[in-house]
Design a protein around this ligand. Structure first.
Ligand code: NAD
Length: 363
């Protein structure tokens, strides 16, 4: 099993190093090769996604990605900015399905802005279509309005569109993911107003016929936004388009209160994927050894489950993370009174110790 390791910028190298140590502790036949990406790649090769990095990612079975970006690159022209590396990888690897779990660990319920009883034990998965919708639909642009009440005025426009195969493949990802979890899919649309999402709803309903063991419900996006803060535990898997998914996945992430804990996966049609924490490169704390590595470690667990068909190894990592939380170890972002503050490396050490069966001690 070949893994491309792309640490990136800011805290990326620190948190990825811990995830790599955790992967090594599993003693699986994993071949890991590292390459620069983002600002680090721009410094080394003059481009955020050099040919050599892309080739490594294409040849691998999965990609473990840290984070990219730093304010010092804000003045570069857009194609050379670090963030372009993510867009380039998504495009070249055909990553169309973004999976973002929102899990609220019992020890961290206080970090949520919602009442503990609403979020304790929360475990939902948002499946967002990543390459279509109004974000990429053509035509788009600026022009003089050709008609309507404001004809002749300058206007801007985008096009929302989804084709049947695009909806079918993301629906399959959602139903298959639901089979490994609570066997329920909520398809989020705006079918009452948008033609595109009436079509979405029809196609998802058709695909559902192949998954009689999974329950399907449809929900309008405005209601889904409300239900996520009213009764989030009622959801299992949510599947939706690119724009609604962009917004709802951030809302769901905040239910847990701790961005340093949230992994994510972007998959292609063959379950090859890019795995990364949901947060950015946090340049404000880079190099200080205080970043929370758990989102990246949990991304490595997702990689084992979704791309490398190693569900037991994924479970081992997730159980180890729960054990270190239960032992009271916390990085600064999730620290609270009565728990033990640790740095990036110590948190990695504790997860490795939990995996290899050693005792976790509070330092
Ligand atoms: P950010 O997620 O990097 O940081 C937001 C806040 O959360 C900061 O205070 C940071 O210290 C904290 N934080 C984030 N991850 C943490 C962790 N693991 N442990 C402890 N604290 C953590 O978002 P930002 O500050 O808006 O963006 C910084 C840079 O990251 C920008 O250049 C942006 O473009 C980039 N970015 C990259 C990605 C990506 O690589 N996928 C995603 C988002 C932002």
């Amino acid at each position: 099993m070949k893994i491309a390791i792309l640490p990136g910028d800011g805290i990326g190298p620190e948190i990825v190093a811990e995830a790599v140590r955790v992967l090594r502790a599993l003693e699986l036949p994993l071949e890991m090769e590292t390459a620069p990406v983002g600002g680090a790649a721009y410094e080394a090769h003059g481009h955020p996604l050099p040919e050599s990095t892309l080739k490594l990612a294409q040849a691998a079975d999965a990609v473990l990605f840290g984070a990219v970006g730093d304010w010092k690159y804000d003045k570069l022209e857009r194609p050379l900015r670090p963030e372009q590396a993510i867009l380039g990888l998504r495009k070249h690897l055909g990553l169309f399905a973004n999976l973002r779990p929102a899990i609220c660990y019992p020890q961290l319920t206080h970090a949520s802005s919602l009442k503990p009883e609403l979020v304790a034990g929360l475990d939902i998965l948002i499946v967002r279509e990543l390459t279509g919708d109004i974000y990429f639909g053509q035509p788009r642009g600026r022009r003089t309005a050709p008609d309507g009440a404001f004809a002749g005025a300058p206007e801007a426009f985008d096009t929302m569109r989804y084709s049947r195969p695009e909806i079918e493949r993301i629906a399959h990802v959602a139903f298959q993911a639901a089979r490994k979890r609570g066997k329920k899919v909520t398809s989020v649309d705006k079918a009452n107003v948008l033609e595109t999402f009436q079509f979405w709803k029809d196609v998802v309903t058709e695909v559902h016929a192949q998954y009689p063991d999974v329950q399907l419900e449809h929900m309008y996006v405005d209601n889904a936004a409300m239900q996520l803060v009213k009764a989030p535990k009622a959801f299992d898997v949510i599947v939706t388009g690119n724009m609604f998914g962009d917004i709802l996945s951030d809302e769901a992430a905040m239910l847990t209160g701790s961005i340093g804990m949230l992994p994510s996966a972007s998959l292609d049609a063959n379950n090859k994927g890019l795995y990364e924490p949901s947060h950015g490169s946090a340049p404000d704390i880079a190099g200080k050894g205080v970043a929370n590595p758990l989102a990246t470690i949990l991304s490595a667990a997702m990689m084992l489950r979704y791309s490398l068909a190693q569900p037991e190894a994924a479970d081992r990592i997730e159980r180890a993370v729960q054990a270190v939380l239960a032992a009271g170890l916390r990085t600064g972002d999730i620290w609270s009174e009565g728990t033990t503050r640790v740095g990036t490396r110590e948190m990695g050490d504790a997860v490795v110790a939990a995996i290899t069966g050693k005792t976790i001690t509070k330092s």
